[in-house]
Design a protein around this ligand. Sequence first.
Ligand code: FES
Ligand code: FES
Length: 158
Amino acid sequence: MARHHVTATVNGDAVEFLCETEETLLEVLRDELRLTGTKEGCGTGDCGACSVMLDGRLVCSCLVLGVEAEGRAIETIEGMAVGGDLHVLQRKFLEHAALQCGICTPGILIAAKSLLAHNPNPTESEVRYGLAGNLCRCTGYHKIVEAVLDAAREMRGG
Ligand code: FES
Ligand code: FES
């Protein structure tokens, strides 16, 4: 079957790719565009490891088809640091030792970025709720929540 030609923006750059009808955005990002920072955990929308922003909305890229990206803006973990400068969330994750493994951390950072974009002054509960879709079976999440709250403070200029 003919592959679909898709044009989109990824981390501000215009991209085009060919994909099968059933290919997910996650597969396109990793296998076609070689942006392997976005991870596959479950492949069924349960773990958040594949989180990306699609037109400013947090989505599980394993549940989005590559063809649905046509004309849309995608942000991945690769676009979070600008040049050599880490995003404040990345810096706070380092400072608070909030980093988990390479499978769950990219999705957690993207979800945290989305959370703060919509709510710059979240309560602890709101942070926990905002990250509820990102699973890590290895942590109590406490350092992650502290890092996100600290990042929010700095981003507000506090
Ligand atoms: S891989 Fe998409 S939610 Fe788990
Ligand atoms: S799943 Fe990444 S450290 Fe637990």
